[in-house]
Ligand binder design. Structure first.
Ligand SMILES: Nc1ncnc2c1ncn2[C@@H]1O[C@H](COP(=O)(O)OP(=O)(O)OP(=O)(O)O)[C@@H](O)[C@H]1O
Length: 317
């Protein structure tokens, strides 16, 4: 069964001005998986989403959504997907309920069914009390929730969410996360999520793919990616910037590892921090530098992101 899956082989997009935004990427998303597509600004995330949702045509390679080719069968692909893009397209004169009912009619529901579905979705996304207010009066978070409800009207097996929480406050972001998590885990909806927030991918995704400059730079589960950078991060704090600078030099003299000094703090990324720590502390004592605190942390997805995008740019740490 291919329903709810995404298969991408050597997908490319070269724009009319000859700029190649996506350079032959391949990946697959299993049914019921939450797949996060991460990357810095301009990496090619939105271009990829637009190709997979039939909004723009690929210039090379192939993409199958629920088994349907985005180029050969765009009409069928559209029935399989719900899409929340960065720019919300909500009509501000209509109420949330009217908008949902209209969407139901577009997807061939009877008037009665459309009204029942609208009510059901308004409850699901927590907007039933605001259902009869004009969308123009909705807050950013409410608009985003309505946007999500609109895409769910025809019960699509796959949901594309392009940076769904950008610009939202932490409370609204959490509400959207909960809804995405529920759709994915309880209803089995396949989620394709693009985001710049690594903690978002960490919290929601089963599988993470990092795109940089139109190419896949790394992929795997969040846990594996963190493991792959093969290192712990030792966080040091010193009494002042001068001590921190001297400490950073001391660490660098002992080993060629990434050392980042900022004000009175120093971060050292190294494999096997446990056994190195004693050696570093002895070196500091020898140099007469006293520290305020030291902690060892596992890498975050942020560290992975910096590590893979850095490698590509020539490894400047
Ligand atoms: N219609 C277009 N014509 C030419 N270049 C384009 C076009 N659309 C996008 N690009 C370029 O393609 C690259 C990838 O853009 P894209 O919007 O896919 O990036 P993104 O990863 O989604 O970034 P962001 O996080 O900022 O949304 C960028 O350099 C962008 O300027």
């Amino acid at each position: 069964m291919t329903k709810g899956t995404i298969e991408v082989h050597g997908l490319e997009k070269t724009f009319k001005d000859q700029f190649q935004a996506v350079k032959g990427i391949s990946f697959s998303v299993k049914k019921g998986e939450c797949f996060a597509f991460l990357g810095p600004n301009g990496a090619g995330k939105s271009t990829t989403v637009k190709m997979l949702t039939t909004l723009i045509a690929p210039t090379g390679g192939q993409a199958l959504v629920s088994g349907y080719d985005v180029l050969k069968d765009p009409g069928r692909v559209r029935w399989e997907i719900g899409v929340v893009l960065q720019e919300t397209g909500l009509d501000t004169d209509m109420t949330g309920r009217e908008l949902l009912e209209l969407q139901g009619r577009i997807f061939n529901l009877s008037k009665k069914e459309a009204s029942r579905r609208a009510e059901e979705l308004l409850k699901k996304v927590g907007l039933h009390e605001e259902a009869d207010k004009r969308c123009g009066k909705y807050s950013g978070g409410m608009r985003r929730r309505l946007d999500l409800a609109v895409t769910l009207v025809h019960n699509p097996p796959i949901l594309f969410l392009d940076e769904p929480t950008t610009g939202l406050d932490p409370l609204n972001r959490k509400a959207i996360w909960n809804e995405i998590h529920r759709l994915n885990k309880e209803e089995g909806t396949t989620i394709f999520l693009t985001t710049q927030y690594l903690e978002e991918a960490d919290a929601l995704a089963d599988y993470v793919s990092i795109i940089n400059d139109g190419e896949i730079a790394a992929e795997g589960t969040a846990a594996r990616l963190k493991q792959e950078i093969g290192a712990d991060v030792i966080h040091w704090t010193f009494t002042g910037e001068e001590d921190a600078q001297r400490a950073a030099e001391t660490f660098l003299q002992r080993e060629d590892v990434p050392v980042v000094q900022q004000a009175e703090t120093v971060k050292v990324t190294t494999a096997d921090a446990g056994s190195k720590l004693q050696d570093y502390i002895s070196a500091l004592t020898e140099a007469g530098i006293s520290m305020v605190s030291v902690t060892v942390k596992s890498p975050t997805l942020d560290d992975v992101f910096i590590s893979v995008t850095n490698e590509k740019d020539g490894g400047t740490k």
